[in-house]
Design a protein around this ligand. Sequence first.
Ligand SMILES: O=C(O)c1cc(=O)[nH]c(=O)n1[C@@H]1O[C@H](COP(=O)(O)O)[C@@H](O)[C@H]1O
Length: 317
Amino acid sequence: MIDRLIDAIIEKQNPTAVGLDTKYDYLPEDFRKALMAGVTKADVAERAAKAVFNFNREIIDAVCDIVPAVKVQVAYYEMAGLPGMRCFYDTLAYARHRGLVTIADIKRNDIGATAQAYAAAYLGSMSIEGKAVEAFPADFVTVNGYLGTDGIKPFADACRENDRGAFILVKTSNPSSGELQDLKVEDGRTIYEVMGDQVCQWGGELTGKYGYSDLGAVVGATYPEQGEALRKRLKSVFFLIPGYGAQGAGGKELVGCFDERGLGGVVNASRSILCAYKKQDTTDFALAAKREAERMKADIAQALEQAGKPMITECAK
Ligand SMILES: O=C(O)c1cc(=O)[nH]c(=O)n1[C@@H]1O[C@H](COP(=O)(O)O)[C@@H](O)[C@H]1O
């Protein structure tokens, strides 16, 4: 699956993903009013989830020719209960229908047997009476590696068997990420380096035609020096890079995460795209999202160019 993502990145000359972390409150007031007229307590959650799906669909339609992927963060859907989870499913399915690579940001992990169930839910299928049931149409998931090898193996197996991928948290973008991740172990490595080395090892067999593995790492754009060092250290590990836009990072901060071919990561932005209409002073949220996605693409391309790492234009055979 990593090859499909990188092919799409090269074809669109754009290493970004739109993050559909769609809070109901992000919807423009007029859009909400039109869809929620006459709503009652009994159907408010259902109607809100439909409104969120309509919003997501318009954003997907607006950006699908520009960006290769979307990342859908499950928390924003879970909080609306069952209608929210239906919306999560529908959003992933619609993005896939429009040709986008789908990243389900679920940050799961557990002991082996339970991790296997999560992997079946998001990266494969469950067999019921001999019939395969695919629960969620995701191409990649995000995973917390803290439980170690037996918590990761089911995800790695599902990636191999079903041609999917996973991004494991290594150096996260949040302000407190250093509290635990920057601690040093006996041999002098930081915890995030230990985790990065593990990801490299876990994904060793899953390397594709660009030299990157289906098991990638989450590396926050808000830590540029660490990102650059991790790129040099983890040559076969592709990065999911959050932190662009609302968390303060721009193109310059994340070029260190890329290799000499201008590859090596997919940069996510959520709020800066979903709420771009507020900054652009318009209610046309889809057009504003498209403009912001185009601006982000140009910003990263310029930063890669200036760093002497313009993206290659031909996909590998
Ligand atoms: O795994 C992630 O995607 C993730 C890891 C991380 O270190 N930092 C981080 O912000 N994220 C996610 O990336 C998105 C960032 O959203 P914005 O800050 O609005 O662009 C959210 O869905 C976060 O949950």
